[in-house]
Design a protein around this ligand. Structure first.
Ligand code: OAD
Length: 238
């Protein structure tokens, strides 16, 4: 039986593809107010601004490609049972070939009517559909007659897939965390669900805010960090 690896990724894994992170200098949250473009209150206040923000992100995504880190992560599936848990709304893990991906914060290339996929319908994704890389405008309606909104989890909203992510971490024989500042919960707390003897590797060029005897910090960018991680895997029993 293949050993299980749970991989939590954040904006840093896509940085070398040319996608901005959120909290680094010149990151997205330096140029936009998070409460305006990524919160449910922001959507109620000014949906056009929010649609515009995600329209830009979507068209940017059309022009970038997976980098070596995404590709190495996908390649791990040859020898391991891999679950990718990503906070990213891009589709670069899919395009690199990863098979099992949990998108904690939603997906840029999907939309849904604004009255669906919430507490009232048990977060059913029946009305979610793909729109590719094109824009969504105010007045664009779903088949049920309601305004379309991005299929994104905003601040102030539930994170319906967190249970699936916790299960994957609890069952993992090893955990890998790549390119996240671990500032946003519940994703930031996922590593706590790893078994008490489970090794946790974190790839990030900056200091990490967590201190735990299970953690080894590989201080590097995602592409080179993944190469180092592969050397560690080759030399270990797991
Ligand atoms: P952040 O921007 O908070 O953190 C990015 C992390 O990636 C930082 O720790 C950087 O040091 C690291 N990093 C930068 N370049 C890197 C590289 N080339 N290789 C590896 N690591 C690199 O992004 P997230 O932690 O993903 O949510 O942010 C979490 C959530 O906050 C996002 O999903 C988004 C945001 O608000 C929503 O919008 C709901």
């Amino acid at each position: 039986m293949k050993r299980r690896i749970a991989i939590l990724t954040g904006a840093g894994v896509s940085a070398e593809s040319g996608i901005s992170t959120f909290r680094d200098s010149n990151g997205l949250w330096e140029n936009y107010k998070v409460e305006d473009v990524a919160s449910i209150e922001g959507w109620y206040r000014n949906p056009e601004l929010v649609l515009d923000f995600y329209n830009h992100r979507r068209s940017e995504l059309a022009g970038v490609r997976p980098n070596g880190a995404h590709i190495t992560i996908a390649g791990l599936e040859k020898n391991y049972d891999v679950t990718v848990i990503t906070q990213n709304v891009d589709n670069l893990h899919e395009r690199a070939g990863s098979g099992r991906i949990i998108h904690l914060h939603g997906e840029l290339t999907k939309v849904r009517p604004e009255n669906c996929c919430n507490e009232n319908d048990g977060f059913s994704e029946n009305s979610v559909f793909d729109i590719g890389y094109g824009p969504v405008h105010l007045g664009d309606l779903a088949p049920n007659g309601h305004q379309l909104r991005p299929h994104i989890v905003w601040f102030g909203e539930a994170v319906p897939k967190i249970g699936l992510a916790i299960d994957a971490v609890e069952r993992a024989d090893m955990m890998l965390i790549v390119g996240t500042s671990l500032q946003v919960y519940p994703a930031a707390g996922l590593y706590r669900y790893a078994g008490k003897d489970t090794k946790i590797y974190i790839i990030d060029p900056k200091d990490v805010p967590v201190h735990d005897p299970r953690i080894t910090h590989i201080r590097d960018v995602a592409t080179r960090g993944m190469e180092k991680f592969m050397e560690i895997l080759d030399g270990s029993r797991i």
